[in-house]
Each structure stands twice: as structure tokens, then as C-alpha cells.
Design a protein around this ligand. Structure first.
Ligand code: HSE
Length: 323
């Protein structure tokens, strides 16, 4: 049987929440990220023939987010064709860097290509959100939207969905420190109080509006003054060893602001220059030295582009079923 070539797609990691924008703001990183490969198949339904680069992820298409996203797209188009998918993870699971979102975004884009692009990239957000629902029980868009659209993306509303790509109005560099402990988004959501005191709400929406204005006015000082979260960070940071110390180190090294990346455990800092982002990386890494917790770190410009086709893949197709 002659198989068509795989469409190969890379979708980047993302930082969601960005301190004051819980569930409504996120931005893309250049790397790391995931690849999803897709092609039509003569086998009816969705088949996942490889899950590479991560332990413990299932190849069952009803259980893996890539199968769930693809299925939703076929259902929306009322199609009953066969699809073969492969997931090549290039980033850690449960890291707070939008791992399930990168897989979901890459799937939505790859399947859209295979089907002849019936949807715009912005239309794909709603399908990729189904991967988030599967992974964490909550269909938030603040990781999948920037992974698909690049730059900063605001989710102004969920009902109806109103996704506002802001691009990258001002040069920013992100440092991410990933302490290698796994923290599930479902757990980090389950510990949150459901009510917000009015006083804290006022601070939070002041900061979110300030961050938006700072980005658009290219005002780094305003961005820095706005990167605060007094609602969720105090509740969640107890799950991240040495969070306070890392944050203090990043700010002392000159970062504009620092907070939990998504639901953690990764910690991000934003800086105005690459040099400051590198200095923040060094300072943040130093805090964990001797703690017994291994870390990984990344410095990335906030890029204007998110998901993209992979032209010359470094990876070879996996020809056997892994799981
Ligand atoms: N906004 C989501 C949360 C992002 O914080 O739970 C999860 O990565």
C-alpha cells in the first residue's frame, strides 16, 4: 500500500497566565515544543502509530489529546476518513509549559493541512481546547491560542470564544526555569479557591489592563509594574519548592517580572534584553543548586510565530507501534 507523506508540524511551548491573566493571557516561546505528524490512512478512524519522546503517554486515540483533537475536527466536518497520527514530544509533560497544548495545537494544524485547510488557524483554537479539556478537565485556551497564533494572545471571552492575538508589540525575552518535578494542571486547579475578594480582584484587573497597555505602549516600566498575581500565585506557589527565592533572584538580576508559568512548576521571568534574560537564568538556576532538584532552563525571545510546518525534520518516522 502506498502511504501519502506525513504532514509534519511543530507547535511551541507557551507561558500561560503571565501573572495577572489567569486563563486569559499567554505567549509563545521559540522552543521547546512538540511535533505531530499526520496523514490519511486506509484504516478507518484515527490510529496513533507512535508516541515518542515521553514516558507513560498512551497511543489510545480516545485517551491521547492528539486523538481527541483530531476526532473533534472530523466530527465538525462530518468526515469518517482514516487518519494516522504520530506524536514526537520535544518537551516535558506536566511542566507548566503547555505540553498538552503544544501537542493539541500541532495536531489541529496538521490535521487541517491533511484535510486541505477547511479552517483558519484562529478557528483551530476551539479544537485544540478539546485537548486541554481531556488533559486537565478544563478547556482553557491560554496555552493553545498562543501556541497556534504566536506572540501574546488574549482570550477576552470564553462564551462566546473571543481570541485576540496581540502579536509581539514590544521586544521581550523570556527565561524559563523548570524544576523537574511533575505538577498536574488538574491538581493545581483543584486547590484554587472559587471566590475572589473584591480588593484582590481590583488589583488583578488593574494589573492586567496595565500589562496590556504596557505591551501596546512599549512601556517596559509599566509592564514590570503590572506583572503581579496576588490571587493564584500565593495558593499555587506552595507546590513549587523555592519559588519565592527563585522569584527574588530573577528580579534582583534585572528581570521586569517573574511568576509561575501556567500551573507550574516552571517559573518564568520576562526581561527587556537577552542579556538580562541570561542573567536571570543564571540567578534562578543558582537557587536550586544543592537542593536535590534537577532543573532545565530556556531563554527565548517571545516570537511572532507559533505553530508551523516542519520543512526538514531532524526526526525519522517511527514505523512500529510503541505502546
Ligand atoms: N490557565 C491554566 C491554569 C494554564 O493556570 O490552570 C494551565 O497551563
Amino acid at each position: 500500500m502506498n502511504h501519502p507523506e506525513f504532514i509534519k508540524v511543530f507547535a511551541p511551548a507557551t507561558v500561560a497566565n503571565v501573572c495577572c491573566g489567569f486563563d486569559v493571557l499567554g505567549f509563545a516561546l521559540e522552543a521547546p515544543g512538540d511535533e505531530v505528524w499526520a496523514r490519511k490512512s486506509e484504516t478507518p478512524g484515527i490510529t496513533i502509530t507512535a508516541v515518542a519522546g515521553a514516558q507513560g503517554l498512551t497511543a489510545n486515540p480516545q485517551e491521547n489529546v492528539i486523538g481527541v483533537v483530531a476526532q473533534k475536527m472530523l466530527e465538525a466536518l462530518d468526515l469518517s476518513i482514516g487518519l494516522e497520527l504520530q506524536l514526537h514530544k520535544g518537551m516535558p509533560v506536566g511542566s507548566g509549559l503547555g505540553s498538552s497544548a503544544a501537542s493539541s495545537a500541532a495536531t489541529a494544524f496538521a490535521v487541517n493541512e491533511v484535510l486541505g485547510k477547511p479552517f483558519s488557524t484562529q478557528d483551530l483554537v476551539i479544537f485544540a481546547m478539546e485537548g486541554e479539556r481531556k488533559a486537565s478537565g478544563s478547556a482553557h485556551a491560554d496555552n493553545v491560542a498562543p501556541s497556534l497564533l504566536g506572540g501574546f494572545v488574549l482570550v477576552r471571552s470564553y462564551e462566546p470564544l473571543d481570541v485576540v492575538p496581540l502579536g509581539v508589540p514590544v521586544d521581550l525575552y523570556c527565561t524559563v526555569l523548570y524544576p523537574q518535578i511533575e505538577l498536574k494542571t488538574s491538581l493545581a486547579r483543584s486547590i484554587l479557591r472559587q471566590e475572589i475578594p473584591l480588593k484582590k480582584g481590583i488589583k488583578q484587573w488593574g494589573n492586567l489592563a496595565g500589562l496590556m497597555a504596557g505591551l501596546l505602549l512599549k512601556d517596559y516600566a509599566l509592564i514590570g509594574r503590572s506583572l503581579h498575581d496576588e490571587i493564584f500565585e500565593p495558593e499555587r506557589s506552595v507546590l513549587i519548592p523555592l519559588f519565592k527565592e527563585v522569584k527574588a533572584a530573577a528580579l534582583a538580576a534585572g528581570a521586569l517580572g517573574c511568576g509561575i508559568s501556567g500551573s507550574g512548576p516552571s517559573i518564568f521571568a520576562l526581561s527587556a534584553t537577552k542579556e538580562q534574560a541570561e542573567a536571570a537564568r543564571k540567578a534562578m538556576e543558582t537557587v536550586y543548586l544543592g537542593s536535590g532538584i534537577e532543573t532545565k532552563s530556556y531563554v527565548s525571545k517571545v516570537p511572532p510565530q507559533g505553530v508551523r510546518l516542519v520543512k526538514s525534520p531532524a526526526l525519522q518516522p517511527v514505523t512500529h507501534e510503541l505502546l
